[in-house]
Write a protein that binds this ligand. Structure first.
Ligand SMILES: Cc1cc2nc3c(=O)[nH]c(=O)nc-3n(C[C@H](O)[C@H](O)[C@H](O)COP(=O)(O)O)c2cc1C
Length: 202
């Protein structure tokens, strides 16, 4: 089993989501590939390149070829993993822009998803995604949470089989308490007694 850890908090120190993604991968004890989208952000994609990238166009434009090569390597990294661990700080009710950029790079028609007779079909076959969502005050799973629900949708869209939510919302209290509670959620999830923590139900 392999693990891809994707962090996106702008806080390189004192970040709840980073503390918890590290705890999670340590607990999983598998080979970990780390992608830090805050330390190494992805290039912005121009309007015309975005459209062609999404459709996997064979246009030979140099800028498109550059984005396609990067997209291919990010998708290779994704396809090679069984588990993804996402650290997702809620920014303005959604996911960090750097994480949205990664999503735009890896959602490619015919590669990570396709449209079939019954609608979209995910093609990655990844076994599990853990979504560790931290916030200042917005409860995870609430109507104002456009971060964890959105990322779950993307995971399902690209064919992730199971999604496990870890709640590190600020509504729970002090950072110490948030982290202690979230670690308990991780322990429970990994003990096998909890396959999918229902959004907002923890
Ligand atoms: C730019 C920015 C926007 C934020 N927007 C929200 C928000 O919409 N709702 C919320 O509850 N907290 C918000 N916060 C607080 C963070 O979600 C919170 O500090 C969280 O712990 C950050 O994750 P981290 O500890 O992994 O860095 C925001 C913080 C920043 C820096």
């Amino acid at each position: 089993m392999s693990v891809l850890k994707i962090d996106s908090s702008a806080r390189l120190e004192g970040s709840n989501s980073r503390t918890l993604t590290q705890y999670l991968v340590d607990r999983l004890g598998e080979t970990v590939v780390e992608r830090d989208l805050a330390k190494q952000s992805l290039p912005i994609i121009s309007a015309e390149d975005l459209i062609d990238l999404h459709a996997s166009s064979d246009n030979s434009r140099a800028s498109l070829q550059h984005h396609l090569a990067l997209s291919n390597s990010l998708i290779d990294e994704l396809m090679a993993t069984d588990n993804i661990v996402f650290g997702v700080p809620m920014y303005n009710f959604g996911v960090p822009a750097v994480l949205k950029q990664w999503i735009d790079y890896i959602c490619r028609a015919g590669i990570t998803f396709k449209y079939g007779e019954n609608g979209p079909l995910g093609l990655t076959g990844i076994k599990r995604a853990f979504i560790v969502t931290s916030s200042g005050g917005v409860p995870i799973g609430s109507d104002m949470d456009y971060a964890s629900r959105y990322l779950e949708h993307i995971c399902r869209f690209i064919g992730v089989e199971k999604v496990v939510h870890i709640d590190a919302s600020g509504s729970k209290g002090t950072p110490e308490f948030i982290i202690a509670q979230a670690k308990q959620e991780i322990d429970t999830a990994l003990s096998g007694s909890l396959e999918q923590v229902v959004l907002g139900g923890v």
